[in-house]
Ligand binder design. Structure first.
Ligand SMILES: Cc1cc2nc3c(=O)[nH]c(=O)nc-3n(C[C@H](O)[C@H](O)[C@H](O)COP(=O)(O)OP(=O)(O)OC[C@H]3O[C@@H](n4cnc5c(N)ncnc54)[C@H](O)[C@@H]3O)c2cc1C
Length: 392
């Protein structure tokens, strides 16, 4: 495997906005991605396999629960550090970032924020170390953008809850040891339940045949009269704000993560365009190639500044859900366009697995849909500025 030649684009000297600790964290994750992800990721995607052997290493580098306090096994870092870790992981592949996002923001975060002290101590250290894998079940076969209409429900049977229903498109579901499942109680109030692998009536079949996020495992969660112990309910939250607060955290991570995919594509295309000659000249000398590259670095620079500013707002608990929606939507859109344009710069070579563009491009088609679709995020901005909800 050739040495990774990546040079991180920093046109607006955003590095100067980072602390020494941020740079140390980012560089160590960058180095890990170069050594452990880059050499295997193309084959993992071709085989449609999640590189399970990396989960404990992800725990070791602090990618699981970066901002969860150290007493629960997390790294106790700030939001900029979390973002930088996501950026580096997604430069490797969106599947690796997705695994870290789900574990951190969709499983550890709700247990930390809404769980009992007993639940925190039982689950968080094992999730932080990667010994246990988590999944987050919100989406259902008939309810994606509209999770408030979910049909999965549970009844109080005295000494336990009885859970019935199904979730779909769940990252990690077939390999998860613990799942945060959102379901309605008898009063139709959304609650979070902790399901463990092996509970009777609980199955998690894999969803096969994906053209996107092929190095991530996706599946269903099916509940057929599952007896859930009463101590497995998250006591600290009622209603849709529970899952939505988790999604805010994950969407924030995506806003950073996709910058990594965009930078990987830009850096590859820039290097290739300087080496590849047509008509006896480097293709970088043609105006149309320069237009593509110039637009890419412009959009990357804007995305970097947006993500950094959002991180500082989140560090001070001031970021709104609408700001997070805007950043997620913008940064995924520019990353997808950069993947497409950079692929064109490589011509036919761009469609092969020797270069990362097609893989990033296909991954980003999921990223633009999950954690709230591109259009729903636009309508969230619309609602925020007009005060009128156009989607529900
Ligand atoms: C690879 C992958 C992994 C995923 N992982 C998870 C996970 O771990 N956990 C989880 O719970 N979910 C997960 N999801 C599900 C994801 O969050 C949903 O796919 C997403 O919320 C959209 O739901 P949907 O696919 O049902 O689309 P729909 O809601 O059916 O939307 C279809 C189209 O209609 C549009 N639309 C819908 N409503 C409106 C409206 N009111 N106004 C305008 N347009 C509208 C949408 O924008 C979209 O373009 C994952 C999805 C994928 C692809």
């Amino acid at each position: 495997m050739p040495e990774v030649q990546y040079i991180h684009p920093d046109y607006f000297q955003v590095d100067e906005l980072l602390s020494d600790e941020h740079i140390l964290i980012r560089d160590s994750v960058r180095d890990w991605v170069n050594r452990r992800v880059k050499p295997i990721i193309n084959e993992a995607c071709q085989k449609h396999e999640f590189p399970l052997h990396l989960t404990k290493e992800l725990g070791e580098i602090g990618a699981f629960g970066p901002y969860i306090p150290e007493k629960y096994g997390g790294a106790g870092l700030d939001q900029i550090s979390y973002g930088l870790i996501m950026q580096e992981l997604e430069r490797g592949d969106s599947a690796i970032r997705s695994a870290a996002s789900v574990q951190s923001s969709l499983v550890m975060y709700p247990i930390y924020k809404y769980g009992s002290e007993e639940q925190r101590r039982k689950y968080l250290p094992l999730l932080a170390s990667g010994e246990k894998i988590g999944a987050f079940g919100l989406t259902e076969p008939n309810h994606g953008s509209d999770p408030g209409s979910m049909q999965t429900k549970f009844e109080d049977k005295g000494d336990h809850y009885l859970l019935n229903g199904a979730k779909m498109w769940i990252t990690n579901s077939p390999i998860a040891d613990v799942c945060v499942v959102w379901a309605k109680d008898e009063d139709k109030i959304v609650r979070g339940l902790l399901l463990e692998k092996g509970m009777q009536g609980f199955t998690a079949p894999e969803t096969l045949n994906k053209w996107s996020l092929r190095a991530s495992v996706t599946g269903e969660l099916v509940f057929d009269n599952v007896k859930v112990p009463k101590e497995n309910i998250l006591p600290g939250v009622k209603g849709l704000k529970g899952p939505l607060s988790c999604l805010n955290s994950a969407r924030y991570g995506i806003a950073w993560g996709v910058i990594g995919a965009a930078c990987d594509c830009y850096d590859t295309a820039l290097r290739y365009s300087l080496e590849r000659k047509q008509f006896s000249r480097p293709i970088a000398s043609f105006q149309l190639t320069q237009k593509k590259l110039s637009e890419m670095i412009t959009e990357i620079s804007k995305a970097q500044l947006l993500a950094w500013r959002l991180g500082t707002l989140r560090n001070n608990d001031k970021a709104t859900a609408a700001q997070i929606s805007m950043a997620k939507r913008n940064n995924v859109e520019i990353a997808l366009k950069i993947a497409r344009d950079s692929r064109q710069i490589l011509g036919a070579m761009g469609i092969t697995g020797d270069f990362p563009m097609m893989r990033h491009m296909m991954n980003l088609e999921s990223v633009i849909t999950y954690e709230g679709t591109h259009d729903i995020h636009l309508l969230i901005t619309g609602m925020d500025i007009t005060g009128i909800n156009a989607f529900a």
